[in-house]
Design a protein around this ligand. Structure first.
Ligand SMILES: *Cc1c(COP(=O)(O)O)cnc(C)c1O
Length: 359
């Protein structure tokens, strides 16, 4: 068996321990004589799996009792519609556009009401987080929307926007469980799990209970109503059962690693190794304003497209894969999620040093 260092932005690296455990349980999950994939989602065994996953997530994130945890499908992108359909009572919401995912959410919301762009960093290719301390948020906005960590551009909100009392909704797909959060600051905190938690196919929505109502926009599909899933504890229909099982294992792995404070420390150490190198390199440059740098996604360039391509190709041959930057930014991007070991980043930096010397 040979494993590479996988710097993919998503689906992305998972802890080896989790993959091994899943492999061990593939043919016979704890004496059931079957895989979790083959099991009824209404069975007692599966009920134990999903309940335990939720309990572990609640413990890790210290989720208050007045929040529901929903395990849903449709990816983060489906939430771009579900959020306005459920929350736009006044048919108005404020969007802070800091990258492609925020922009897609903003555009989708425009199908359901008035989406007001209250701030943007598109003028400089989304390379920074705009000042959100005093935005012109409409009085009657139903919520303020952010993408907290911008996967493609490598920026992260270090302080949450001043929402002036409005409900905050955050897409945390690419920073989920990477550091402690105060859930009570948000109305909805949600993300697809394929970046930092598990296999594609699961999206986790943590939502304050007062936002779960019958009063959705006319025509909202049953499957897109938060109430449908909240009332059924995420078992209204068949959930992404196997994916949730893997998420549960990752929650246990994070607990074992010391929880979210330990994760933050581990992620800061890894990111520092890479950013410190970029800051002194004469060949490689980070593309993001320093104070807004993400701990999870690190884009960088050489400034020469051919050299970028050469680097990506040689890195791949050396076992560092998926380093090609997003097609809209070019260059490279190293995604260094929770499950990327420190050793992976150290070896990548050693490889970059060598490449710099040789080219
Ligand atoms: C990947 C990503 C998405 C899209 O997720 P899907 O599950 O593919 O819909 C949305 N937001 C952010 C921040 C992402 O990183």
């Amino acid at each position: 068996m040979s494993r590479v260092y996988n710097f993919s932005a998503g689906p992305a690296v998972l802890p080896e321990e989790v993959l091994r455990e899943a492999a061990d349980e593939m043919m016979d999950y704890k004496g059931s004589g079957m895989s979790v994939m083959e099991m009824s989602h209404r069975s007692k065994t599966y009920d134990g799996i999903i309940k335990e996953a939720e309990a572990d997530l609640r413990e890790l994130m210290n989720i208050p009792d007045n929040y529901k945890v929903l395990f849903l499908q449709g990816g983060a992108s489906q939430q771009f519609a579900a959020i306005p359909m459920n929350l736009m009572k006044n048919k108005k919401a404020a969007y802070i556009v800091t990258g492609q995912w925020a922009k897609k959410a903003f555009q989708e919301a425009g199908n359901y009401g008035e989406a007001v762009k209250v701030a943007s960093s598109e003028d400089e290719t989304f390379s920074y987080i705009p000042d959100c301390s005093d935005l012109a948020i409409p009085e009657d906005a139903d919520y303020v929307y952010i993408c907290e960590n911008n996967t493609i551009y490598g920026t992260k909100f270090k302080t949450l926007p001043n929402t002036k009392g409005h409900t905050l909704v955050a897409d945390v797909s690419s920073c989920f469980l990477s550091e402690p959060v105060d859930v009570s600051n948000y109305g909805i905190i949600y993300g697809g799990v394929q970046k930092n938690i598990g296999p594609a196919g699961v999206v986790i929505v943590i939502i304050r209970e007062d936002l779960i109502t019958e009063d959705t926009l006319p025509g909202t599909p049953t499957m897109l109503k938060y109430k449908t899933h909240a009332d059924a504890d995420s078992l209204y229909n068949t959930p992404p059962a196997y994916g949730i099982y893997i998420c549960g294992k990752v929650f246990k792995w994070i607990k074992k690693m010391g929880g979210l404070s330990a994760m933050k420390q581990h992620n800061e150490e890894k990111a520092r190794i890479l950013y410190d190198f970029l800051d002194q390199s004469s060949m490689f440059k980070g593309t993001v304003r320093k104070e807004d740098r993400s701990l999870m996604n690190v884009p960088f360039i050489t400034g020469d497209k051919d050299l970028d391509a050469k680097f990506v190709k040689e890195a791949e041959a050396a076992g560092f894969v998926n380093l090609k930057g997003h097609r809209t930014v070019g260059g490279m991007r190293a995604s260094i999620y929770n499950a990327m070991p420190k050793e992976g980043v150290e070896k990548l930096v050693a490889f970059m040093k060598k490449f710099e010397e040789e080219n």
